[in-house]
Design a protein around this ligand. Structure first.
Ligand code: C6P
Length: 409
């Protein structure tokens, strides 16, 4: 298991007071905190070998390129990609999904085709498909969801049909915590010849991921949610698909030759990495992958499972609190407390030094499905403890008393 106290010492940001109380950070699903080794890796790049990659014939450029490509190999191993060339560095999960929506979907979808999406997607894995459908004449179709927020898998063959050309589904919901049986869905999709994209933004940081075992064609995630810097994300894709796709962005570094009227594309992965990438962030992501690998992703997952179960049990003791989503879930809890607006709740908790997220979590259709305008969400990671949960619960009691007093209840 994880030695949480030792882990916490690696995260300088956690060691501070907020509004006179020690910080409790419960917003890692929005963005995770960074261990010192990631911060120092980024700093060392700028302080010691800042240079562009793949261009310079000088010592600094060579060193930067070696570290950049080393990060690609680390990420490939982390998600068990068959070859590093199929790992493409982009800005974030959103850009990774848009890359597929532009370069693959717009050239492979036509009127009458169907894109199957789930109703529990983050906007990043929904809006790009709405746009692609509009551009191609394809139509969106949706998985059914059980009452507790799981994707129904007993009727997959009714939803995924011969018309389905693409299935785009999240691996883990950022609102409900649902862990989606992607392998089963990918199997059903591939039997019908459909391409499968998995949004791994909320799974890759929290559980072992093996893109080959999942059987998907594309897999997208963000570095900043897995202890890495902001500004870097990853698209993994099957080589055959990536090779047959047109570039997403044109410019430097993604060509093999250019004349005034036409160009030839560079080999993978560079065809999809136009312009100067976020070199520091990519190298920093390599350090984050090392850190997580050192902890062991099985251990990370087990730690969060223990914490989320403890949190659910403790939160259920708070009168008037509603928890959304299934029992078996990733490391987050989404809830509402009586009729207190989640923004007010987050404000009161902030007064107590506790950071949670409140709002629609970039998943408005999920809010509509829940029948609420917004929710509060506490999300956990490697540095969170049962004491953090206890502080959250105490903060919720404070909020109840405050609003009960105001409303004269
Ligand atoms: N969810 C949250 O607080 P970006 O912004 O590109 O790094 O990640 C987008 C994204 C895609 N899919 C899922 C399932 C996500 O949860 C997110 C980001 C954050 O829930 C910020 S809205």
């Amino acid at each position: 298991m994880i030695d949480v106290q030792a882990v916490r010492r690696d995260f300088p940001v956690l060691d501070q007071m907020v509004n006179g109380r020690p910080l409790v950070y419960l917003d890692s699903a929005a963005t995770a905190q960074k261990p010192r080794v990631v911060i120092e890796t980024v700093e060392r790049y700028y302080a010691e070998y800042n240079a562009n990659v793949h261009r310079a014939i000088h010592a600094l450029g060579e060193r930067a390129t070696i570290r950049y490509e080393e990060a690609r190999r680390k990420v490939a191993r982390f998600i068990n990609a068959p070859e590093p060339e199929t790992v493409i560095f982009v800005k974030n999960a959103t850009e990774a999904i848009n890359l597929v929506a532009y370069s693959w979907a717009r050239n492979n979808l036509a009127e009458g085709d169907e894109i199957v999406v789930s109703p529990i997607e983050h906007h990043s894995n929904l809006v790009p498909w709405q746009l692609a459908a509009k551009a191609t004449g394809a139509r969106l179709r949706f998985f059914e969801v059980t009452e507790d927020g799981r994707i129904r898998t007993d009727n997959l063959d009714d939803v995924i049909t011969e018309r389905t050309k693409l299935v785009a589904v999240t691996h883990a919901s950022n609102v409900l915590g649902t862990i989606v049986p992607v392998k089963e869905i990918a199997y059903a999709a591939r039997r019908k010849g459909a391409v499968v994209l998995v949004d791994g933004a909320q799974s890759t940081p929290h559980m072992p991921v093996d893109v080959q075992a999942l059987g998907c064609d594309f897999f997208a995630f963000s570095g900043h949610k897995m202890l890495g810097p902001t500004g870097v994300g990853v698209l993994w894709g099957r080589r055959e698909l990536l090779e047959n796709m047109e570039p997403f962005l044109g410019g430097g570094d993604m060509i093999s030759s250019v004349s005034l009227t036409e160009s030839r594309w560079a080999d993978l992965p560079y065809k999809f990495e136009a312009g100067t990438p976020n070199i520091a962030a990519v190298i920093g992501l390599g350090a984050a992958v090392d850190y997580l690998t050192g902890l062991g992703m099985e251990n990370v997952h087990a730690h969060e499972q223990q914490l989320v179960q403890y949190a659910m049990a403790e939160l259920r003791k708070v009168p008037g609190l509603t928890i959304y989503g299934p029992e078996h879930r990733g490391g987050l809890v989404t809830f509402n407390l009586e009729d207190i607006h989640p923004h007010d709740l987050a404000t009161i908790l902030n007064e107590e030094g506790i950071a949670i997220r409140a709002g629609h979590h970039c998943a408005e259709p999920v809010m509509r499905w829940l029948g609420v305008p917004a929710t509060a969400r506490a999300s956990f990671y490697v540095y969170n403890t049962e004491e953090d949960v206890d502080r959250l619960v105490a903060g919720l009691h404070t909020a109840r008393e405050f609003f009960g007093h105001v409303a004269g209840k």
